[in-house]
Design a binder for this molecule. Sequence first.
Ligand SMILES: Cc1cc2nc3c(=O)[nH]c(=O)nc-3n(C[C@H](O)[C@H](O)[C@H](O)COP(=O)(O)OP(=O)(O)OC[C@H]3O[C@@H](n4cnc5c(N)ncnc54)[C@H](O)[C@@H]3O)c2cc1C
Ligand code: FES
Length: 285
Amino acid sequence: MAVLTVPKLDLAASAYIPTPARIVRTEQLTEMEKLFEIELNDPRRLGHEPGQFVQVSLFGFGEAPISICSSPTRPDTFELCVRRVGTVTGRLHALNEGDVIGIRGPLGRGFDVNEMHGRDIVIVAGGLGLAPVRSLIQYIVDERGRFGQFHLLYGCRQPSEILFRDDVAAWRNDRRLHFLQTVDKADEQWRGRVGVVTTLIKELPELDPQQTVVVIVGPPVMFKFVVLEVLARRIPQRSIYCSLERRMKCGIGKCGHCQANQVYVCLEGPVFKYGQLKGLREALD
Ligand SMILES: Cc1cc2nc3c(=O)[nH]c(=O)nc-3n(C[C@H](O)[C@H](O)[C@H](O)COP(=O)(O)OP(=O)(O)OC[C@H]3O[C@@H](n4cnc5c(N)ncnc54)[C@H](O)[C@@H]3O)c2cc1C
Ligand code: FES
C-alpha cells in the first residue's frame, strides 16, 4: 500500500484566514464564464506564481478554489475567470464592482518559470484550461526576451465559448508568438480552423526535444491525446507540464479531498510534470 506523505506546511496566515478583497471590474466573457478583477484590502500584493490558485470565500455560501488567471508581472490587482456551476460560483456571478469577497492564498504549486527561462515553449490549452494557463501566457509575453520560440495553441468546443477574446485578438497579431486556434464545431460566422486541439500539433514546426517545454491544460481526455502527440515528437516527460483540477475543500493539506493516490494535489500541485503523474493512477480520470 502506498504511504501518504503530507509535505511539511510552511503556509502564511493568508492561506488560513480569508483576506477581504474588493471586486474592481467584472466582464462577462461567455454565457457561463465571468472575469473578476480583484484588489486585496491589504497593503500586500498577492505575490503569486503563474499556475497557483486562491480559495474564494463568500461569507454564508462557502469557498471555491479558482486559478489566478493574470500574471504576477501585472501585480496591482489580479484576475479570476469563473464558470457558473453551483452555489459559490453562482453567487459570485451575481456580484459586481465594489462588492467584497474573501481570498485565501495564493495556494499550491505553480509553473517553474525559472526552469522555463531560455527554453522554447509550447502551450496547449483546451476550453476553460485557458484560464489557469493565462497567467503563464501573460508572464511569457511580458518577459518575452527570457524565452525562446513561443507557440500557443488554443481550442474550444464552439465559437461562443471562446474565452478572453481581446487577448486572443492580441495574440493573433503579436509577431513575437505563434498562435493557432481551432473550434470543435463551427457556426455560420466562423472562418477559422475546425477540429480538436490535437490537430494543431501537426501544424507545429519541428521541435528541439532538449530545448522545448510543453504545457498542456484542459480536460483529461484532451490531455491524454495531446500528450501522445507530444511524446511522439520525443519531448521528455520531465519537460511536459499539466495542471490538475481535483475536488478541493481546504486547499492546504488538511482535509484529504484532493488526494490522488499518495499525493495531496492542493499542496504538490495543481501543476505537475507528466513524469510525476504517471505514478498517480487516478489523477487523469
Ligand atoms: C485548483 C483548482 C483550480 C480551479 N480553477 C478554476 C477556475 O479558474 N475557474 C473555474 O470556473 N473553476 C475552477 N475550478 C473549479 C471550481 O473550483 C468549481 O467549479 C467550484 O468549486 C464549484 O463550486 P460551487 O459551489 O459553485 O459548485 P457546487 O454547488 O459545489 O457544485 C456544482 C457542480 O460542480 C461540481 N463540483 C463541485 N466542486 C467541484 C470541484 N472542485 N471541481 C469540479 N467539480 C466540482 C459538483 O459535483 C456539481 O456538479 C478549479 C478547481 C480547482 C481544484
Ligand atoms: S483540499 Fe487538499 S487536503 Fe484539503
